[in-house]
Design a protein around this ligand. Structure first.
Ligand code: NAD
Ligand code: TYD
Length: 365
């Protein structure tokens, strides 16, 4: 079997569902169920003996030792993390604990576990570390996209904690020979994404007739990848990635945030016209608000290495992926409503109440 950490979160649960749809190899899913972990994401696996869920913390070495000894996985796919940049600005402590200490703890537990395996088992084992393009920092408008050799320059507490985890993974390979491979992926979107991130937040707010908050001038650029494509890339890296290597994973979809919000509004006009604001169009809800401190201006991924070496390319375009995503959220309003209570409301108040409305020059919604 494989051990997945963070498999109740957005990408992790998509990965687990896709994995079990394509293979009968069981998954041991270790997740702490923080605010971002949602057992409902995995409800279709209820009663499926191929999925073993354990609620626990990746920082808990005793638990890790016990699980590794008991289940003897052949691979670990490490998603568990604190993942939201805005939350890292308000409270970086959890990011250091889970992303840095937690990864350290997994590496050490894996090292001890491998010491007890035969050479053949050791050679077959893989530690797949799931990371982000944000470790490379911010690009200027005309800079070349991030490649695997771009120097690390993280700017937020989130990206700094992920960069630290990448460095630990690299060092455990070079020093102890741990069989690691790392994926650095761009912004994901798709079903099951927690509605604190840009795309699901905009869809949820639009359907509720609430303002659509765009930070600063909305001209920050991200590369967007449909989550199912990230999952297929990770399966490919797990299968054939070279040990100790890193692979940049991206969708070749650079978009300014305001353009992403416009696309969402236009899809909603088409797919949910009955819930559009009284005046007619969802775009009217767009509201420019105070920018994020230290906001990275542009990310772009050069994904040629994974295509050249592993033959992976995204299957979805931005248009097909966004349409699927909006339709999924329209079909799963109950999933969204269940999340939008308690801690979620506290967060929304904390992140948006202090952001005053702003009017960047030249910005037309
Ligand atoms: P998420 O926040 O939706 O899910 C994180 C999951 O980890 C949750 O289920 C949470 O309960 C669990 N978790 C948190 N702390 C834990 C701990 N101490 N022990 C065990 N479980 C814990 O995150 P996501 O968007 O699914 O991202 C998954 C991974 O992919 C992260 O490592 C993130 O850095 C990386 N990544 C995300 C994106 C993106 O666009 N979302 C892009 C590139 C890379
Ligand atoms: P986000 O989904 O938080 O991902 P990340 O910060 O990891 O890239 O944000 C994507 C972009 O959208 C980022 O440039 C910040 C911006 N953004 C807004 O403009 N408004 C919002 O309410 C949010 C959550 C993000």
């Amino acid at each position: 079997m494989i051990l997945v950490t963070g498999g109740a979160g957005f990408i992790g649960s998509n990965f687990v569902l896709d994995w079990l749809a394509a293979s009968d190899e069981p998954v041991l899913n270790l997740d702490k169920l923080t605010y971002a972990g949602n057992p409902d994401n995995l409800s279709s696996l209820a009663g499926d003996a191929r999925h073993v869920f354990v609620r626990g913390d990746i920082c808990d070495r005793a638990l890790l030792n016990q699980l590794l000894a008991q289940y003897q996985p052949r691979a670990m796919v490490h998603f568990a993390a604190e993942s939201h940049v805005d939350r890292s600005i308000h409270g970086p402590g959890d990011f250091i604990r889970t992303n840095v200490d937690g990864t350290f703890s997994l590496l050490e537990a894996t090292r001890a576990y491998l010491a007890g395996l035969s050479d053949a088992q050791k050679n077959n084992f893989r530690f797949l570390h799931v990371s982000t393009d944000e470790v490379f920092g911010s690009l200027g408008a005309n800079d070349a996209a991030f490649s695997e050799t771009t120097a690390y320059a993280p700017n937020s507490p989130y990206s700094a904690s992920k960069a630290a985890s990448d460095h630990l993974v690299r060092a455990w390979h070079h020093t102890y020979g741990l069989p690691v491979v790392t994926g650095n992926c761009s912004n994901n979107y798709g079903p099951l994404q927690f509605p604190e991130k840009l795309i699901p937040l905009i869809i949820a707010n639009a359907l509720a007739g609430k303002p659509l908050p765009v930070y600063g001038d909305g001209q920050q650029v991200r590369d967007w990848l449909y989550v199912g494509d990230h999952c297929s890339a990770l399966r490919r890296v797990l299968e054939a990635g070279r040990l100790g290597e890193t692979y940049n994973i991206g969708g070749w979809n650079e978009k300014a945030n305001l353009d992403v919000v416009h696309t969402l509004c236009d899809l909603l006009n088409e797919l949910a016209p009955e819930r559009a604001p009284a005046q007619g169009a969802y775009r009217e809800l767009i509201t420019f608000v105070t920018d994020r401190p230290g906001h990275d201006r542009r990310y772009a991924i050069d994904a040629r290495k994974i295509e050249r070496e592993l033959g992976w390319k995204p299957a979805e375009t931005f248009e097909t992926g966004m349409r699927k995503t909006v339709q999924w959220f329209l079909d799963h309003q109950d999933w969204v409503q269940k999340i939008q209570s308690g801690d979620y409301l506290t967060w929304i108040d904390r992140n948006y109440a202090q952001r005053s409305e702003s009017h960047p020059s030249g910005s037309a919604a």
